[in-house]
Design a protein around this ligand. Structure first.
Ligand SMILES: [Zn+2]
Ligand SMILES: [Zn+2]
Length: 270
């Protein structure tokens, strides 16, 4: 039986990375053939934002974000929340980030990472857009930063919303993020054989708080593990996760796509 292809969203990929140079139309065609209705190409350096935006502007199925990855926090020229809010006014910009803390690689000093993260939290609230959070080996400080940002008063703008992208952290971070209204995004890692501890955490996430992503070009899911990742592969992650929750692929795709629309309200998902 060839069921109608379920409509999915790849909520996080990096189409501006050299891996995809000159290939975006082909990547989109393969994504479309696998039911990917929309994708968000994620900014990691504000100094490269124009390139990211140009990719988003090249096709109605692509949105983008604006922000500084924690790896780049020390190298990028400083930006303040005003500048992020101004760039986020563009209709193609649907989220702030990716921003956060990465104490596994520690590519930028931790104090600098925390400062840049706080700036993005403020910008997300003032822009009324979801914050796309990258967190690795930094649960305590991620929770502290998010709770502090969420706890600021109304003069800071809209309530803080967002997603912990490529979730690989502990139950503690999942619980804290869910408690302040955040979503949890599943990458291909959830399909890996040795990821049983991660799957145990993911099974506790309510179905109305889950998103799916590739984080392409990294971390291709099983059965594409080891290959360069691309947005069409989000289908494998979604099919696997549907099985974890005892749902059909169509049902799981519909739920995560609804969740995406609710959180990323500016994205024009066809
Ligand atoms: Zn990331
Ligand atoms: Zn990323």
């Amino acid at each position: 039986m060839t069921a109608a292809v379920a409509r999915l969203v790849d909520s996080h990929c990096h189409l501006d990375f050299p891996d995809f140079a000159g290939q975006v139309p082909e990547v989109l065609a393969r994504a479309e053939a696998n039911g990917v209705a929309h994708l968000v190409t994620i900014c990691t350096r504000v100094s490269e934002f124009d390139k990211v935006l140009a990719i988003a502007e090249s096709d109605p199925r692509i949105s983008c974000s604006v922000g500084i990855h924690p790896h780049e926090a020390d190298l990028e020229p400083a930006v303040d929340a005003d500048r992020l809010v101004e760039l986020a006014r563009h209709p193609k910009v649907v989220g702030i980030g990716e921003a956060g803390l990465d104490y596994y690689y520690d590519k930028s000093p931790r104090e600098r990472q925390r400062q840049v993260f706080a700036t993005h939290i403020e910008a997300a609230r003032r822009a009324g857009l979801p914050l796309i959070v990258h967190s690795r080996d930094a649960d305590e400080d991620t929770i502290a930063g998010l709770e502090a940002g969420a706890g600021k008063g109304g003069q800071y703008g809209q309530p803080l919303t967002g997603v912990i992208h490529c979730f690989t952290s502990t139950q503690k971070l999942a619980d804290a993020a869910l408690a302040i209204g955040f979503y949890i995004s599943l990458s291909g890692i959830v399909t890996f054989k040795n990821a049983e501890a991660l799957r145990a955490v993911i099974r506790t996430v309510p179905l109305d708080r889950l998103l799916v992503e590739t984080d392409a070009p990294y971390l291709a899911p099983v059965p594409k593990r080891g290959k360069p990742n691309e947005p069409s592969f989000v289908r494998h992650t979604a099919e696997f996760a549907a099985g974890m929750f005892g749902l059909s692929h169509a049902e799981f795709a519909a739920r995560t796509t609804d969740n995406f629309r609710r959180l990323f309200w500016k994205a024009a998902v066809q």
